[in-house]
Design a protein around this ligand. Structure first.
Ligand code: MG
Length: 398
């Protein structure tokens, strides 16, 4: 079965949503500069009151036997690389030879070991796994030796929700009511925000703990925007609210800083990260440094299903956990159901991003009572919902 064509198509549709979809955003490393810090949560402005124009790009890999693999959504800069750099490597090749194709892409994109080219490679690898599953008529977790269990608890990532304490308290209780036993929140404040920022983060976590009670896990994501002393001080001050982990306190280029945080974290609080690191080699450097307790590479960013299997093997050898970042729940669910619960105890579910990232999917994977079941669709279940598609435009770059 040969690859006949690689296409990137931009689909558009309409989502009805009363009020602002994004109420708040996360802190970013660049927010140390005031004019960046002042920017609001403008990821997705409404196109009309109560109505949002949805735009997603998917990559489709077609074969001479009529089987097509799909991955997405991807960004425009990834699509550019897929079409101009990667597609010529794939057309005419054996569509099932994923290890060969991964190695060819990796060796060809020598400036692409990290960052956007690796995101493009990752999406192509996921499309090839979708194709492979469709060819054999089974979900990818079955191809990988799963399922390892009947369900996986999802944790709710509350990115985009207001951080006002009353609102956060209400949302946290709603998430518990939906069956979630763990949730992650994203404070807006870091070292440059001084004592007032520290107080705001502590008030947020205190309100969350009050809302969810003692038995629900709360996690805090600093999105690479804290530093070592700030993280250790915040961990000490937050310890009475028993956060399960503090995520990405610093940029992934600082394994020694992570290792110091991991060694000195108080009261059993763990440190997690790695969603902005790539491939077995990047993750291995962090693991060898003892940087984290929990590693969170993204299946759609770190090298695709093929590479995540290798990263999972490394994580098991280092006896750390692998809880992939949640860009694609269908991909992560298929991977996670092929890994043991000791290695991958949780699945990330970004509540708002999943409205967007799974908008055009006919078979989106959502938790029920806080649990995700083994996917049943062939491949990665990437059929698009034709009823949601109002427009389509095939991308081409010359
Ligand atoms: Mg994160």
């Amino acid at each position: 079965m040969k690859i006949a064509a690689v296409r990137c198509v931009e689909y558009t549709g309409t989502m009805d949503h009363p009020g602002a979809f994004w109420e708040e955003r996360l802190i970013r490393p660049v927010d140390v500069y005031p004019h960046f810090a002042a920017q609001g949560p403008e990821y997705l402005p409404p196109s009309a009151p109560g109505s949002y124009r949805m735009t997603s790009i998917f990559v489709h890999i077609e074969t001479d036997e009529g089987v097509t693999g799909t991955a997405g959504p991807i960004r425009g800069d990834q699509a550019y690389l897929v079409l101009t750099q990667i597609a010529p490597l794939l057309v005419g090749q054996d569509a099932l030879a994923t290890e060969y194709l991964w190695d060819v892409m990796y060796r060809y994109l020598v400036h692409g070991r990290k960052g956007v080219p690796m995101l493009a490679l990752s999406a192509v690898d996921c499309a090839l796994w979708d194709l492979r599953g469709r060819h054999f008529g089974v979900p990818v977790h079955v191809l990988l030796g799963g399922p390892t269990r009947d369900s996986i608890p999802a944790y709710a990532s509350a990115l985009g929700y207001s951080l006002e304490t009353d609102s956060a308290r209400e949302r946290a209780a709603e998430l518990v009511g939906q069956g979630f036993t763990a949730m992650k929140w994203f404070p807006r404040h870091g070292p440059v925000d001084g004592k007032a920022g520290e107080r705001a983060t502590i008030a947020l976590v205190a309100a969350l703990r009050e809302a969810v009670g003692a038995d629900v896990d709360i996690m805090v994501d600093a999105w690479m925007s804290w530093d070592v002393p700030y993280t250790l001080r915040m961990a000490q001050r937050l310890a009475e609210y028993a956060p399960r982990w503090i995520e990405e306190p610093v940029l992934p280029d600082k394994p020694a800083a992570y290792a110091e945080i991991a060694r000195r974290m108080p009261n059993g609080i763990e440190v997690s990260g790695g969603e902005h690191e790539y491939t077995r080699w990047g993750l291995h450097q962090l693991m060898a440094a003892g940087a984290m307790h929990i590693y969170q590479p993204d299946t759609y960013w770190a090298g695709g299903i093929s590479e995540m299997v290798k990263i999972a093997t490394l994580a098991s050898a280092y006896d750390v956990r692998l809880i992939p970042h949640g860009h694609s729940v269908p991909a992560n669910a298929n991977l996670s159901f092929a890994l043991p619960p000791t290695l991958t105890p949780l699945l990330e579910y970004l509540v708002k991003w999943n409205v967007i990232n799974q908008w055009f999917l006919e078979h989106p994977v959502h938790p029920v009572d806080g649990q995700v079941s083994p996917p049943t669709q062939p491949g990665l279940g990437m059929d698009l919902d034709q009823d949601k598609i109002e427009g389509r435009r095939e991308l081409a770059f010359t």
